[in-house]
Ligand binder design. Structure first.
Ligand code: RB5
Length: 146
């Protein structure tokens, strides 16, 4: 199950991406928002991050205008590794190196075609493990020490 969420700036992009991913056979749980009326992105970022943190959803996708606000919010949650991706390279690297469990994109930065491409690459990407796992363990230690 993939959790998906957006604020008003990315509502349309979320709806379009949802349609595309559903066509591909993915199961999605939509955490809002539900229109392009102005809302506060931390509410939606936190809802998706909580769903991933709890294991209710294996992965998450968040969109806002720049992607910055959503990534700041999602990365407040221990165990969440939210990656703001702008292109194929960052999408692939965020899976291979960071085992990112939330993909974040900026709907005012990217065209829908790019959003689809990045989501495709990210959803198919595999974590490389090895030295990258050691670094994720270090992140987990930092979280424990807070
Ligand atoms: C909303 O205007 C905008 O601030 C938001 O979508 C996002 O870009 C925040 O980081």
């Amino acid at each position: 199950m993939i959790a998906i969420g957006a604020d008003h700036a990315a509502y349309t992009a979320k709806e379009q991406l949802k349609e595309y991913l559903l066509e591909q056979g993915y199961q999605l749980r939509d955490y809002g928002c539900d229109s392009d009326e102005s809302v506060h992105y931390p509410l939606y970022g936190a809802a998706v991050a909580r769903a991933v943190q709890s294991g209710e959803c294996e992965r998450g996708i968040l969109l806002c205008g720049t992607g910055i606000g959503m990534s700041v919010v999602a990365n407040k949650f221990d165990g969440v590794r939210a990656a703001l991706c702008h292109d194929a390279f960052t999408a692939a690297a965020s899976r291979e190196h960071n085992d990112a469990n939330i993909l974040v994109m900026g709907a005012r930065v990217l065209e829908q075609r790019q959003i689809r491409e990045i989501a495709d690459i990210w959803l198919h990407g595999q974590f490389a493990g090895g030295r990258h796992q050691l670094r994720l363990n270090m992140i987990a230690e930092i979280e424990k020490g807070r």
